[in-house]
Ligand binder design. Structure first.
Ligand SMILES: [Zn+2]
Length: 362
């Protein structure tokens, strides 16, 4: 019975969450009468249609709005949140302060992307905007909480997900998403874990690994590392058999010994393999662009989303520096297949990550 109610509540939440803003206008489709088609229409060997094939690299680059000063080697902040609760502390933001953060981001040109997309260099951010990544460690109940209201379990509007969903409705083009890093705590009450995890994946959020025991990775040998990562992956797999957990946030920001990094990136536990594509540190500065040679995907910087004891390295310190042009933030060119960079950064471009994408240097 309970399960049905929650499912219905969650479905209702999704159902009611339909954005009210107008859908972007699609260009009208013009259908040519069949007999007006050229007799022998070329089909490309790779199966792509002719329209795309006709676009040369120059055409694609020419379609980029350079007046927006795109800079895809600028910095991207990976924000580190923990709790959302009534008392503000280093490890907890109040609901109103979290709302303040989100409002600031939206009004100042930041749009969310997932950590997984960042790690793959798939930046789909609208032209002229800066990607930003939200992460939550520890799987606290106040990240995703259900409360009883008139005998039904409903989403707590002051938990992290409650507030994120509020902004998803308020600003559909914010691209609201976040990664939640879990250990053995799956947002508190175990009986709701399955529904919560499924709901998160179905609604555009991601799950990451925060290890089983929350021990310092530097103290562990390869076998212990595999148990720490693999067992959490297997717990999540019980609820989400088809979901691959590919990201890891290091407890206490402790990196494994250099010779054991491989066990963190690839391993096997209890018959299940894992692969890690992005590993997060704790604090204290923005990450580089995924296309920057300085980016170490095995040890990515994060910015503490707090205003207490941040030692001039908190979220608003960096917002201010970007605002005053004291640091360079990533500004998207709007085309995920093109990497647009100012000439002065040319030598920092990591062609392994750029891959098949078109490079546009100006
Ligand atoms: Zn933690």
């Amino acid at each position: 019975m309970k399960k049905t109610i929650i499912l219905m509540t969650l479905l209702l939440l999704t159902g009611c969450a339909a954005p009210t803003a107008e859908a972007p206008e699609e260009p009208p489709v013009i259908e040519a009468p069949v007999d007006e088609l050229p007799a022998e229409q070329e089909t490309n060997t790779d199966g792509t249609n002719e329209e795309n094939h006709d676009l040369t690299e120059e055409d694609i680059i020419a379609s980029i709005d350079m007046s927006l000063n795109p800079n895809e080697l600028g910095e991207i902040m990976i924000l580190m949140y923990h709790g959302i609760g009534p008392e503000e502390s280093v490890w907890q933001r109040t609901p109103d302060n979290f709302r303040k953060d989100l409002e600031y981001m939206y009004q100042n040109g930041y749009r969310m992307i997932s950590l997984n997309d960042y790690a793959k260099g798939e930046i789909k951010t609208e032209a002229g905007f800066t990607p930003i990544i939200l992460t939550f460690d520890d799987g606290r109940q106040n990240n995703f909480n259900l409360i009883e209201e008139n005998g039904e379990m409903v989403l707590d509007t002051d938990c992290a997900i409650g507030i994120l969903e509020e902004f998803k409705n308020k600003y559909p083009d914010f691209n609201v998403t976040a990664s939640f890093f879990l250990g053995t705590n799956l947002f508190g009450r175990k009986e709701y874990a399955e529904k919560k995890l499924n709901w998160l994946i179905d609604n555009g959020y991601d799950l990451g690994n925060h290890t089983y025991s929350h021990n310092e990775m530097a103290e562990l040998n390869p076998d212990e590392i595999q148990i720490e990562i693999g067992s959490v992956n297997n717990i999540i797999k019980q609820y989400l058999p088809d979901y691959a957990v590919e990201t890891l946030s290091l407890p206490l920001g402790s990196n494994p010994k250099d010779e054991f990094i491989e066990s963190m990136l690839e391993g096997e536990y209890d018959g299940n393999k894992y692969n890690t594509i992005a590993v997060l540190d704790v604090g204290w500065r923005p990450a580089y662009s995924p296309f920057d040679i300085l980016t170490n995907f095995n040890s990515l910087y994060r910015v503490t989303a707090s205003e207490i004891n941040v030692d001039n390295c908190g979220i608003y310190d960096y917002f201010k520096q970007y605002d005053e042009n004291k640091r360079e933030r990533f500004i998207s060119d709007g085309n995920p297949d093109v990497v647009t960079i100012p000439k002065r950064h040319n030598e920092y471009l990591n062609m392994d990550i750029v891959g098949d994408r078109i490079v546009n240097v100006y």
